[in-house]
Design a protein around this ligand. Sequence first.
Ligand code: 13P
Ligand code: SF4
Length: 319
Amino acid sequence: VQRKEELKDRIRRLLKEKNATLVAHYYVDGDIQDLAEETGGCVADSLEMARFGRDNPAQTLVVAGVRFMGETAKILSPDKKILMPDLDACCSLDLGCPIEEFTAFCDAHPDRTVVVYANTSAAVKARADWMATSSIGLDIVKHLHAQGKKILWGPDRHLGSYIQEQTGADMLLWQGSCLVHDEFKAAELAFMKKEYPDAKVLVHPESPASVVALADVVGSTSQIINAARNMAAQTFIVATDKGIFHKMQQAVPGKTLIEAPTAGNGATCKSCAQCPWMAMNSLSNLAEVLEKEHNEISVDPEIGKKAIVCIQRMLDFAA
Ligand code: 13P
Ligand code: SF4
């Protein structure tokens, strides 16, 4: 405990000394989320992280999340120094969508508008017409569909098929998935709903269609927290990374939050529903990166110039 408090003090001091701002995602260590909030940074979903990073005046941002979040911050603010506690913190969606193969896929379908999920490399974004996050993907596709556009969507196939079903848009899907959300199990969730008949089910759209079908609310991490805040229900079953419970419980202290089941045999898998890359952010490597400023994100300026077009399109649309 003493070491933890020392580390937190060191981080507070270094953030001040370096005029740096901490931007954290809901899936990282709860202490890091609290520090971000306490020191004038933010804890947010990926759309809000991008917006906050762009608008914050600090010249140094520390992004506690995964690589695509740091890259997006750098693309939006090429003159800022963007640090990350661990540069190897990646994402299965990003890893499963290499630029060469994605380019060939796009080239084979030149008649389609390319919409990519935020969870991709800068190079993939540079090939896209639009970027979308889980909070705004549905609205963006609705907008494009209304204009008669055919869409090529990548990389998350579950989010893509959810949007396709909701909008009726013509969407060709890249077959990627998130290894964390892929683990939620519909049959066990249906069983859990019977055990808690008054509970509402909140699901992140990276989950399989069979799980999404059981949801009362489908949304991004911020939208899931807001749903728990705004709905009258007292109990919620939540299908997303367990990191979310930290801020969510702070937002609804009197309500009961239950992890959705991830194992196929009816037992809840305690070690599942935790992103291994988000878990690479710790108090000690956060303190170290602030001290040494060694893990700086860089994006090839030529790629950055192309990638910013699809990110800006999304931010303008969201405004
Ligand atoms: P959000 O935009 O909902 O925060 O999602 C990011 C993510 O990586 C979910 O797994
Ligand atoms: Fe990627 Fe899934 Fe981790 Fe989110 S939870 S960063 S989508 S692997």
